[in-house]
Structures are given as structure tokens and as C-alpha cells.
Design a protein around this ligand. Structure first.
Ligand code: DHB
Length: 315
């Protein structure tokens, strides 16, 4: 049921979303069919799988596993190459009345700069989410854990980019790291940050088989779902506190129902992405969670997100 008196609308990076809920980059957002399904759904935006300069098949299977508590993946950036996501932008924009964001995750800074320059020439790309936190390419560290490298990347990227730019961050676990990273981001023309990517290099075990559950990297992979919600909430909360007010914070991590989305917005999220649960449930998660969130808002007497956004009480 959709309660039209209770608005889930949000705006960030100059984009207007009819719903604050949309897909995380990762599950079911690689092919044209995937992206069309998101377009047709209640999702507030369409975000692509992280793309690279060239098409990639990704890591060997099995490379994704989930249980009741969450997921582990080591997909290895399977995607159709940045050109594909640029070429379909005009069609996506004409077919669906919602922002179209491309996630970019080049294997080198040079590749990122090239893709960003190209995508900047495409007026049908609403915004770019630059992924500085992919944990799954053997031999490639997560850029966002190397603060000096982040300064270098943002210096070069903001020279070539004029589009709304977001960065996808990994989770941080120490207050000094939150402070250092926020101070860096605050120096650059960044419109939003997405907190958080999966917790990198976790290990899930099948006790019966006494074996790992995914093949790449000896079973190590990025953890999502319930396992990561407290970490995701903490990252949203801290970055909201520390970042410039004009930088939006997009939440991602452990959202499977309306309560989870409500909690992220209480922490200050301007929008909420759904990853593991979207993988499980498909596009119906966007309308279901929207209805659940509206129900919570109705019971609390809230009509719009700003009635409670960022208003988490602390003692
Ligand atoms: C992949 C996983 C990630 O967490 C990410 O940010 C980008 C890519 C992957 O394995 O495909």
C-alpha cells in the first residue's frame, strides 16, 4: 500500500528522487534488463554495477553466497564496460522518470580519469558514484583505506569532472579514520558519499562441508546484510556529523525492512540503498520497504523525511 500523504521524496547532488530508496551498486544492475527492471520498479533512482574500462567476466564461481544473516561476495567486477552504461543512458532517461547514476570502479587512476572524462560528455548521465572501495580484485587494495592516495585521486578526478560526483566508501572502524577521511573529502568538490561498501575480506564457512562458501581468494569476500548494519549506521552517523553540510550522505548496509531504512535516516542519510536484500527479493523490495517506512512514519506522525532525518537522540 502506498500512502501518498507521506512523502519519501529526497534530493541530493541536484537530483530529485520520488523515493529515497534505490538499489546499491552490485546486485542485478549489470545488464540492460536489470536496469530496466529497476526503472520500472518503485526504486527512486537507477544505479549501475561498478564499471571498468573494458567489459569483464569477473572472478570464477561460486562467487556469491547468502544466509539469513547476510551475504559474502567476490564477484571481481563483472560488468559490460563503461561504454555500454554510457550508451544506454539516453534510452534509460527517456523510458524512466528517475535519475540514472553510473558507478565507476576503474582498475587504475588513469582508467578512472578516462572514464570520467568520457561520461562527463554525456548529458543523460545524472551523476557518478566513484567506487574507491572494491575489495575483490586480487592485487588491488581498497583505495579509500590509503588516505594519501585518496587525496591524489580526488585532486585528479575533480580536475576532469564537472558532474555531480559521489564516492563510495568502505566502512571505517576508528574515530581518527572517520575524522581524517571527512577532512580530506571536505576539501574537494564532492556532492555525496555513499556509506558503506561491504566489510572487505570476511570469511563465511560451511561447517558441514568444513569448507569456504565462495571460490575466489580462498573464500574471502565482502560481507553485506544484517552482519554489517551497526557498522553502516555508525559510518552514516559519523560522516553526517563531520562532512560539509552540502555533501549528502547516502546510506548502504543492512537494509531489509522499513525499520532499517528509518534508522539510517535517523542517522542523517539523505537516501538509502539496498544491496543484499535486493539480491534476495528482487525489485519488489523497493515498494515493500517504502510501504513499511511510510507506516512507521505515519505511526510517529511524520509526513516527510526531514521530520526525523539526522535527529537521532544521544545521551
Ligand atoms: C565488486 C564488489 C564490491 O564491493 C565493489 O565495490 C565493486 C565490485 C565485485 O566484486 O564485483
Amino acid at each position: 500500500m502506498n500512502d501518498t500523504n507521506i512523502s519519501l521524496a529526497t534530493a541530493f547532488a541536484g537530483l530529485e528522487l520520488h523515493s529515497c530508496l534505490y538499489n546499491a551498486s552490485g546486485p542485478w544492475c549489470t545488464t540492460r534488463e536489470d536496469l530496466d527492471s529497476i526503472g520500472k520498479s518503485s526504486s527512486g533512482a537507477i544505479l549501475t554495477k561498478s564499471c571498468t574500462l573494458e567489459e569483464r567476466a569477473g572472478n570464477p564461481s561460486p562467487r556469491y553466497y547468502e544466509n539469513q544473516l547476510g551475504s559474502i561476495n567476490s564477484m571481481g567486477l563483472p560488468n559490460k564496460g563503461y561504454k555500454f552504461y554510457g550508451e544506454i543512458a539516453a534510452d534509460i532517461q527517456s523510458d524512466f522518470d528517475k535519475p540514472y547514476l553510473i558507478s565507476v570502479s576503474g582498475l587504475s587512476l588513469k582508467n578512472n580519469l578516462y572514464m570520467l572524462a568520457e561520461l562527463n560528455g554525456n548529458s543523460n548521465v545524472s551523476a557518478i558514484e566513484l567506487n574507491l572501495s572494491c575489495p575483490n580484485v586480487p592485487g588491488k587494495p581498497q583505495t579509500a583505506y590509503d588516505f594519501k592516495q585518496v587525496v591524489h585521486v580526488l585532486t585528479e578526478v575533480t580536475k576532469v569532472n564537472a558532474k555531480p560526483l559521489g564516492i563510495k566508501l568502505p566502512p571505517y572502524f576508528d574515530i581518527i579514520h572517520f575524522e581524517e577521511m571527512a577532512a580530506i573529502i571536505n576539501e574537494f568538490e564532492v556532492s555525496f558519499v555513499t556509506c558503506v561498501n561491504s566489510i572487505g575480506n570476511g570469511l563465511v564457512i560451511d561447517v558441514e562441508k568444513e569448507a569456504v562458501v565462495i571460490r575466489p581468494k580462498g573464500g574471502f569476500g565482502g560481507i553485506g546484510g544484517d552482519y554489517i548494519k551497526p557498522t553502516a549506521l555508525a559510518n552514516v552517523r559519523k560522516f553526517r556529523e563531520l562532512l560539509r553540510k552540502d555533501i549528502a550522505v547516502i546510506a548502504c548496509g543492512g537494509v531489509k525492512n522499513g525499520v532499517d531504512a528509518f534508522e539510517h535516516i535517523l542517522c542523517g542519510a539523505d537516501a538509502v540503498q539496498i544491496g543484499t536484500q535486493y539480491h534476495r527479493e528482487g525489485t519488489s523490495c523497493f515498494s515493500r520497504i517504502a510501504a513499511e517506512l511510510q507506516d512507521i512514519m505515519k505511526n510517529k506522525g511524520y509526513a516527510k523525511l526531514s521530520d526525523f532525518k539526522g535527529k537521532l537522540i544521544q545521551y
